[in-house]
Design a protein around this ligand. Structure first.
Ligand code: CMX
Length: 446
């Protein structure tokens, strides 16, 4: 068994014993009560999923296996001491639960490089789509087409014992992750560079190779993409892309089916597509106001108009977070360190000054602070990746690391098919009526 798979197996076997003990001996422990509002507001806050890879705290932000993003910037191995952490290291941390050393990371880089060959049919499938299909349509279709050579699917059909599912899922997951930079870059070059494709360089790391194949071979872009791939990788299990991947996987769908489902979810404007919406929203603002250096009051007016029109301010708000997203802050710090006098980044910072009090003033938005998408496009744009309609694909490449490592855990723990209960409105009305009757009775007895 290869090195990282072996490390995963050793660690996860101990956790599996714990999983089985808890489920068997304490399966009837009550975890909390569910309110009508929680169900009707998108199941917010209901403890409903087992996810090992990361945990989100509303007032602190994401931690990967206990480590915050600034801690990971310190501790994860880098290409050069001044650089950003390598996503390979984050993948190792999520899978094994320990900070890797440089050799572990090099092992993963090499492993992915050997698996990175993309079968010709995947390019044919992409090329069969109209060139102006949305990049996320091309990306998710390409992913789906890779179900073709799923080893998990073949092993399942061959009747493999369920205790070995994880092993085949691991193989599919590693291969899928390894191929994604090539596929993303292929779509990028197809749409924006007349199909002049760039071959991979097997000596580069995963994110560095993505930058190279996109045609942005500079040290700066590689550094940014390494950071980008780390910060977008995972956000615990309940977000749309993670949950969709997990849900579809729970039917024992292969990794390509499951991840394609996650990517279709990421393509929605309230989730990953928000990184593109931010750019269009700012472009519209600049066009409308007639300057690329808008004043705070001009920005405030534009935000108010957006709200009056019944639209959302993209890049702001979050279903869980109640603070400025640390993924926003990490990118802001990166910009402060490496980028001077960029008008778009200045505008992003001005929106950050102006938007929160206005959003808070509506009295209904639970989190008026920026999320990861409020700034990510401005950084890419600064380094010449100006094609904002592609940005969600980059988010998707990164998100593979978290949701696909979780899929290996799902099969390792033998998590069953997911199947919550649903009810018609009349059922909720009955519950509401029962609560009202109980309240009246209590008042009458006072
Ligand atoms: N602008 C305007 N209105 C907003 C808002 C925003 N940025 N954020 C929330 N609201 C509104 C909601 O639409 C909702 O309105 P209604 O009651 O009229 O339906 C109300 O405020 C309450 O919403 P909430 O409980 O605060 O937020 P939700 O958990 O329902 O939604 C999110 C969270 C992210 C979808 C929402 O904040 C939003 O639409 N933000 C803009 C889109 C965005 O940036 N998405 C990216 C999130 C990060 C990611 O996944 O990549």
């Amino acid at each position: 068994m290869e090195y990282i798979k072996n490390r995963f197996y050793e660690k996860a076997t101990k956790d599996l014993a714990e999983f089985q003990r808890i489920r068997k001996e304490y399966g009837d422990v009550v975890l909390g009560q569910v309110t009508i509002d929680q169900v009707l507001s998108g199941m917010k806050g209901i403890p409903a999923l087992l996810t090992e890879t990361s945990k989100l705290d509303a007032n602190e932000g994401i931690r990967f296996r206990g480590y915050s993003l600034p801690e990971l910037q310190q501790k994860l191995p880098k290409m050069d001491p001044d650089g950003e952490p390598l996503p390979e290291g984050l993948f190792y941390l999520m899978m094994v639960g320990e900070i890797p050393d440089k050799e572990d990371v090099i092992n993963i880089s090499k492993d992915w490089a050997t698996r990175a060959h993309v079968p010709q049919h995947v390019f044919d499938v992409i090329d069969a789509l109209p060139k102006n299909s949305r990049p996320m349509t091309q990306f998710s279709t390409a992913i789906l087409s890779m179900a073709y050579d799923s080893v998990f699917q073949k092993a399942y059909r061959a009747g493999i014992n369920k205790k070995f599912y994880w092993d085949f899922m691991y193989e599919d997951v590693m291969t899928l992750i390894a191929r994604l930079p090539r596929i993303a870059a292929y779509i990028y070059r197809r749409i924006y560079h007349n199909g002049h494709h760039i071959e991979p360089n097997p000596n580069l790391d995963w994110a560095g190779n993505l930058a190279h194949m996109m045609g942005h071979d500079s040290v700066e872009v590689k550094r940014l993409l390494r950071l980008y791939m780390v910060i977008h990788a995972d956000h615990e299990g309940g977000n749309v892309s993670a949950h969709a991947t997990h849900l579809v996987g729970s039917a024992l769908s292969n990794a390509a089916y499951s991840f394609a489902a996650g990517m279709v979810g990421l393509a929605g404007p309230l989730h990953g597509f928000a990184n593109q919406e931010v750019m269009s929203w700012i472009e519209e603002m600049i066009e409308q106001i007639g300057t690329d250096e808008p004043s705070d009051s001009q920005i405030a007016n534009y935000i108010e108009q957006t709200l009056i029109q019944g639209r959302v301010v993209p890049g702001y708000g979050h279903a869980v977070l109640r603070i400025t997203d640390p993924r926003f802050t990490v990118q802001q710090v990166f910009a402060e360190k490496y980028i001077k006098n960029d008008k778009l980044i200045n505008t992003v910072n001005a929106i950050y000054r102006v938007a929160p009090p206005i959003l808070e003033g509506t009295g209904k938005i639970k989190n008026p602070w920026p999320n990861v998408d409020a700034i990510s496009g401005a950084l890419l744009n600064h380094y010449g990746i100006t094609e904002s309609s592609f940005y969600t694909v980059l988010f998707g490449v990164s998100r593979s690391l978290g949701v696909l490592s979780s899929l290996v855990f799902d099969r390792f723990y033998g998590l069953p098919i997911e199947r919550p209960s649903s009810f018609p409105l009349s059922w909720f009305a009955e519950k509401a009526k029962a609560a009202e009757d109980a309240k009246k009775k209590a008042e009458a007895n006072k």
